[in-house]
Design a protein around this ligand. Sequence first.
Ligand code: FAD
Length: 430
Amino acid sequence: LEHPSDSDRYCSPSGQIEDAYCLYETIEDATSNLYEPLSHLVHTPFFRYFKVDLFEECPFWQEDSLCMSRDCGVETEEDESKIPHKWRAQALSSLNDVQDANDSNHPACFARVSDFCYTPDDSSPSGVYVDLARNPERFTGYSGPSAQRVWDTIYKENCFGVADFFESSGRLQSGVAQVSQAPPSLGLLTGAGGALGAGQPGLEPGFDIDLDGENDMCVEKRVYYKLISGLHSSISMHICSEWLNQETGEWSPNLDCFTTKLSQYPERIQNIYFLHALLTRAVARARPLLDHYDTSVGDGIADALTRQYMNDTMDRVTACGDTFQEGTIFDGGPGKQILKEEFKAHFRNVSRIMDCVGCDKCRLWGKVQVSGIGAALKILFGLDGDEIKQPNTLQRSEVVALFNTFHRISESIENIEVFRKLYEARKTGV
Ligand code: FAD
């Protein structure tokens, strides 16, 4: 396998994806095979409805810059009959269980020990159903200090200090619940203190690590960074692919946007492939569970189609082979276990930072995709060989988020080809 390098073709990374165990070319081929069934899958009734609370307050600072653009709005599902009865019944029966949620800071959200994320689910008493297919992720106009602050804060979560602290002081413990003796700056792990990220030496957005020269950073930190940067790149890709021309009112790809936000930073493009490699492996690993997952909504024809698209997608994912080796991460003694708990705590913080996004549509897709990546991390690092066979280890919302995120990232890779063609056309004047 070759080291990653940019080939002569515009925006075409080639060779091995660092920290994943496959080639850029493998991911491109895989994407072109699985994109079609996956696109059908996310339009089925089971996968298109996501329950979400868009009015949760930002727990870290006062967020008052609401996006007034019409394109920031989310259409929620008013017609209750479209929501299968069993999902609604789950919400009713869980009303009394809310006090049992294990995160007292966030009563509407549940997180089990294996969870890398706070994912809203059908049993949350708050929240509304959103039809994701009717609310596409695209340009909304959300930008400026509010968006910048959210990205800044997310990148600053890439500061891992607890493992070093416990290792150096010899007090190795397990689980974030026990970090009460940690240094005061670690209040950010539980979101306490309101100054999340302030003064932390995390990675600034735009840092765009030069991975060739970055040997000091442990693989777990690199993985964290690449996941966040890959998500950021994918969001930028959808903004540029579905850009609103304010003069004509038309939605179309914008090559200048793509150049400014993505193509002039090759590592941002590479991180989309990395994220795809990790998601592909997570879906493959969860196949025993997903093959038996109940995706029925009570409509025989729709249910059979959902199963068919699911099988087609899974077959193509399995055909890719191993795209990521989860066994090499968090491997190597108690310090790495602490690091894993820390990684989990930081990623959970990212899911809560989504409540600080000042544009409903961006918040919706931010929540879906952070939940999807969180589900993938849970599958790879949180579930053992037996658990991965038990369908009830993943909630419906986690499965929905996982596949919708997989679809978003796959579409980003598909769109690279769209921009290659636009670039060629501009260059040759055709
Ligand atoms: P930003 O994208 O805001 O980036 C901030 C800084 O981060 C850049 O200056 C750069 O230094 C660095 N950076 C940029 N990309 C990367 C990368 N891939 N890796 C590492 N560093 C990077 N807007 C929409 O129109 N539609 C949406 O659906 C949408 N969803 C959003 C979801 C979330 C969670 C957030 C926080 C914002 C969302 N936005 C959305 C806003 C959008 O992401 C940008 O913030 C906005 O378009 C302004 O872009 P910018 O070019 O100023 O830089």
